[in-house]
Design a protein around this ligand. Structure first.
Ligand code: UDX
Length: 440
């Protein structure tokens, strides 16, 4: 099938490359000339395991193309995915200007019938706005082309996006007609049919928000349990196993930590809350999920102050892990940024390390005094008063603790992801603080 994908962010690229991998003819479009130029040399502007290889092999096979021209990109497409960003507006609502701009441009250049699919996470009702935007432009040029709109939210996790696309738990398709449903079912025919859930557009749009909000709720719930565990002398890691083993609860997304980040959870919870408010309902759970997460991002800093006293000016801290989670270079809403901000604000300095996110972090923290980027994880510890583990990359899971002790001024560890055993840490002579653990 001939497909176009508008927007080469992580959703667009993974979708485009993987669909090309299934034999479709895919053209990806982006306004960013530099990005398209580097993609045309098989260079992906961010780290996503497996993606570069798929892009390369499909480009070589002639099934995957990149262009800055939407007109050229959508020529002959049966399905056109809109995968541009929907950033949070100042009030927390999703900013739809890019989605609607693309819709209008599609209307200006569409030549054949097609299904226009929103894949970006968009508020309920957006597909209707997309339909109107396309139709208006079509009408303005006197065009009479039969087109459909659809919603096909993505549930990809960064760092596992390629395998998630190839083997998803489900694909949700919301359509306005049987024709559109059939076309999209055909596109996803590489999956067992029971994995393709067809529904109306609004339910499909809502599904994405409900899924992310529930996952974020699980995390905030567990972070709240961790707070209580600390107060009553329980170990949240034991509690996690104790409840996760209940098949009604499950182990997924109940790991406490120093807060969730990324391009989806924070933005989507805010946007859903905003949608509810606009419709006259004040969502209490969503508000609490956000509040708990916000507070959780400051927790390591509070533990630092509790250990070192209120005046930490002049001290240096090592931070391991900058990206919002392992296996990605993405720094969006990363907990590390809040910790760095807190420490710098208190007059301390930081020496930071991350295997993949250093470049993005340098960009974000450009011009900030007191931040030293160190290429080696042990070098980052030199002359520091404590180590804070913020992102649980594999390389930090079994480090050389002897070496850590030698490099630091004092053997203190703040483990923001409960990666180390408190008993083992104490045996090795560290002062150890985890999240929700005794003496944490
Ligand atoms: C998420 C959804 O999982 C995905 O379905 C959706 O399409 C996009 O949003 P992603 O943002 O890539 O994916 O990351 P995810 O693996 O879900 O983690 C999000 C955040 O939650 C990370 O900061 C992670 O550290 C945190 N997290 C996750 C926890 O703190 N505890 C957990 O148990 C799980």
């Amino acid at each position: 099938m001939r497909i176009s994908v508008i927007g080469t962010g992580y959703v667009g690229l993974v979708t485009g490359a993987c669909l090309a991998g299934y034999g479709n003819h895919v053209t990806c479009v982006d306004v960013d000339q530099e990005k398209i130029a580097s993609l045309n040399q098989d260079r992906v502007p961010f780290f996503e395991p497996g993606l570069e290889e798929i892009i390369k092999s499909n480009r070589t096979a002639g099934r995957l193309h990149f262009t800055t021209s939407l007109e050229e990109g959508i020529k002959g497409s049966k399905v056109c995915f809109i995968t541009v960003g929907t950033p949070s507006d100042v009030d927390g609502s999703a900013d739809l200007q890019y989605v609607l701009q693309v819709a209008r441009e599609i209307g200006r250049h569409m030549e054949d019938p097609m299904v226009v699919v929103t894949k970006s996470t968009v508020p309920v009702g957006t597909a209707d706005k997309v339909r109107s935007a396309v139709a208006e432009e079509l009408k303005a040029r006197g065009g009479q082309i039969n087109f459909f709109v659809a919603s096909n939210p993505e549930f990809l996790r960064e760092g596992a996006a390629v395998s998630d696309f190839m083997n998803p738990d489900r694909v949700v398709i919301g359509t306005d007609s049987k024709e559109a449903e059939e076309i999209l079912k055909e596109l996803y025919s590489f999956l067992p049919p029971e994995k393709v859930l067809c529904m109306d557009i609004r339910s499909s749009e809502m599904t994405k928000y409900a899924a992310n909000a529930l996952l974020a709720t699980k995390i905030s719930f567990m972070n709240e349990m961790a707070r209580i565990c600390e107060l009553v002398g329980a170990d949240v890691e034991r509690v996690r196993l104790g409840i996760g083993s209940d098949s009604r609860i499950g182990y997924a997304f109940i790991s406490p930590g120093c807060g969730y980040g990324g391009s989806c959870f924070p933005k989507d919870v805010r946007a859903l809350r905003h949608t509810a408010l606009r419709h006259g309902y004040s969502p209490r759970i969503l508000q609490a999920v956000e509040d708990v997460n916000e507070a959780q991002k400051h927790l390591i800093f509070q533990k630092v102050l509790r250990h070192f006293g209120q005046d930490i000016s002049g001290l240096t801290f090592a931070i391991w892990g900058l990206s919002f989670k392992p296996n990605t270079s993405d720094m969006r809403e990363a907990s590390s940024l809040v910790l760095i901000q807190d420490l710098l604000g208190a007059g301390a300095s930081v020496r930071v390390h991350d295997p993949k996110a250093m470049e993005e972090a340098k960009h974000i923290l450009a011009g900030r005094n007191g931040v030293t980027f160190v290429e080696d994880q042990y070098e980052a510890l030199k002359g520091t008063s404590a180590l804070a583990l913020v992102t649980e990359w594999d390389m930090y899971k079994q480090p050389d603790f002897q070496r850590i002790k030698e490099e630091m001024l004092s053997p203190v560890i703040f483990d923001g992801r409960n990666q180390y055993s408190p008993n083992e840490m104490r045996r090795l002579g560290f002062t150890y603080y985890g999240i929700g653990r005794p003496n944490a």
